[in-house]
Design a binder for this molecule. Structure first.
Ligand code: HEM
Ligand SMILES: *[C@@H]1O[C@H](CO)[C@@H](O)[C@H](O)[C@H]1NC(C)=O
Ligand SMILES: *[C@@H]1O[C@H](CO)[C@@H](O)[C@H](O)[C@H]1NC(C)=O
Length: 434
């Protein structure tokens, strides 16, 4: 709380001295995770879509929602907090600038998408396409996905391949193995491109999920689970920064986001959905695995690396860059299509890709520390009616097979919980074209 008061007192100076913001809003290990960031941000909605943009002012605004203190197991929390930004067990012990510097020039120069190029809800895929690591058209294929996401982020071929396969099934073409990074789209899942979808049909909660860090739950915003809700971003931006976790480990002037602070963020964002979304659902793949794993992707894939900090760190400005957020706090804006890989940015080492095994290790670490974040259940049509199902078999599947074992065989639907009204919800509203 002390640091929050300080932030308010010095808010006027923040723009001139961005490092001061990092220090002032940085939470130490004992105080973060209980943020109360209020509303007041401007938002730049789709604008051209021709429909009223509720964004921050509608059902999705954060509006001063107060994160409850998550229940935690203190010895498991200590393990969670010891994680660096390269994943459980702190596996990145080397730094090779030549290997890790990600080119943002020449073929890989940033170019915002043009009107016939597709972008979707995933900041990682959008940034990769904006820099030519995936086709700038937004239509990619299995092979390019695996190669491009390794080059840009150090993503393991096991999870990149599995996610590409699932995407091809839902919004791609199994014959050509192409798929659209436009991802989940409304109106029965017809992809926003010319491909013929002959795979399984798309449904909200197959992969696209509720309780995203910065996007709205689909049911609350007429199917728009793509647009960044600036007040949701800002909640994380302000409240999940931890002092001493920046470029120089231990330096109290130097703050960054961590796997543990994002685990707490997920615990809170999913509690928000329980409190606000009558049809919130957390299914085995989309909710138990992917939704929290996406929070961990931000830390593991967007952190910058150096010889001094081989595990990496994620600063507020790098976080903003990947999420297409511009301006200085408190005047943050989302500028659609502007997801950028920063210049001079070093990804995780090629020797240590973020793969299925590391993905599992991070989730198990989180679930031990914050058991309630292992969500498998739904609201029954009214807010606050969340019932947690028996997670034992999902936990054992996660432990033994990881993300890849939740991906169904070709042609088979994704397993969903029964009796959850959210599963019947098919987004029908107008989504924004990119
Ligand atoms: C083939 C690989 C990938 C696929 C198919 C994919 C697909 C998606 C989809 C459909 C969503 C929306 C889910 C939702 O939040 O409801 C999403 C969210 C997200 N993805 Fe990806 N993604 C991939 C790789 C990556 C990579 C490499 C990164 C990081 C560099 C990343 C970071 C994220 C983040 C941070 C979110 C949550 C965004 C938010 O809460 O605002 N993804 N992804
Ligand atoms: C707390 O976490 C530790 C480490 O993961 C574990 O050994 C212990 O059984 C947990 N305690 C409870 C009460 O769940
Ligand atoms: C990444 O870290 C290196 C080494 O500290 C630094 O020179 C570079 O500016 C950082 N990049 C970004 C985008 O912050």
């Amino acid at each position: 709380m002390k640091s929050f008061v300080a932030l308010v007192a010095f808010a006027g100076h923040v723009t001139a001295y961005p490092f001061v913001l990092e220090e002032l809003v940085g939470r130490d290990d004992s105080s973060y995770g209980r943020g109360t960031y209020g509303s007041g941000c401007g938002n730049q909605g789709p604008g051209s879509g021709g429909y009223t943009w509720p964004g921050d002012n509608g059902a999705c605004g954060w509006n001063g929602y107060k994160c409850p203190t998550p229940k935690y197991n203190s010895s498991a929390q200590a393990i969670s907090q010891k994680r660096g930004n390269c994943g459980a067990g702190n596996p990145c012990t080397t730094f090779d600038p030549k290997d890790q510097l990600v080119s943002t020039s020449g073929d890989y120069a940033f170019k915002a998408p043009t009107s016939n190029q597709i972008r979707g809800p995933c900041p990682g895929l959008n940034a990769a396409a904006n820099h030519g690591y995936l086709s700038r058209s937004g239509v990619t294929n299995n092979q390019e996905t695996v190669a491009g996401l390794f080059a840009a982020y150090g993503m393991g071929a096991d999870i990149a391949g599995a996610l590409a396969q699932l995407s091809i099934e839902q919004f791609g073409d199994p014959v050509t193995q192409q798929w659209s990074i436009g991802g989940p789209v409304p109106n029965g899942g017809v992809p926003q491109n010319v491909l013929t979808n002959v795979g399984i049909s798309y449904s909200h909660n197959n992969y696209e999920s509720d309780a995203s860090q910065t996007r709205c739950d689909a049911a609350l915003l007429r199917g728009d689970a793509h647009s960044v809700i600036v007040s949701r971003f800002t909640e994380t931006y302000v409240n999940r920064l931890v002092i001493g976790r920046g470029a120089t480990p231990g330096n109290k002037r130097d703050a960054g986001y961590t796997l543990d602070s994002f685990a707490q963020d997920y615990t809170c964002k999913s509690q928000w959905s329980i409190d606000k979304n009558p049809v919130y659902v957390s299914n085995p793949l989309a909710g138990f695995v992917v939704a929290p794993a996406a929070f961990n992707f931000i830390i593991n894939f967007m952190s910058n690396h150096s010889a001094e900090n081989t595990q990496g760190w994620l600063s507020p400005s790098v976080y903003k860059s990947f999420f297409a957020i511009q301006g200085e706090y408190p005047n943050l804006r989302w500028v659609k299509g502007q997801e950028r890989i920063p210049n001079n940015w070093y990804r995780r080492p090629s020797l240590t890709p973020y793969n299925n095994a590391l993905l599992v290790a991070d989730l198990l670490t989180q679930y031990a520390a914050y058991p309630e974040s292992a969500r498998l259940g739904c609201n029954n049509g009214r807010t606050g009616t969340y019932t947690q199902g028996n997670a034992a078999s999902a936990l054992s599947e996660l432990t033994t097979g990881g993300l890849v074992s939740f991906i169904p065989a070709v042609g088979t639907p994704v397993t969903q919980l029964s009796g959850c009204p959210g599963n019947l919800y098919a987004p029908k509203g107008q989504d924004q074209p990119y």
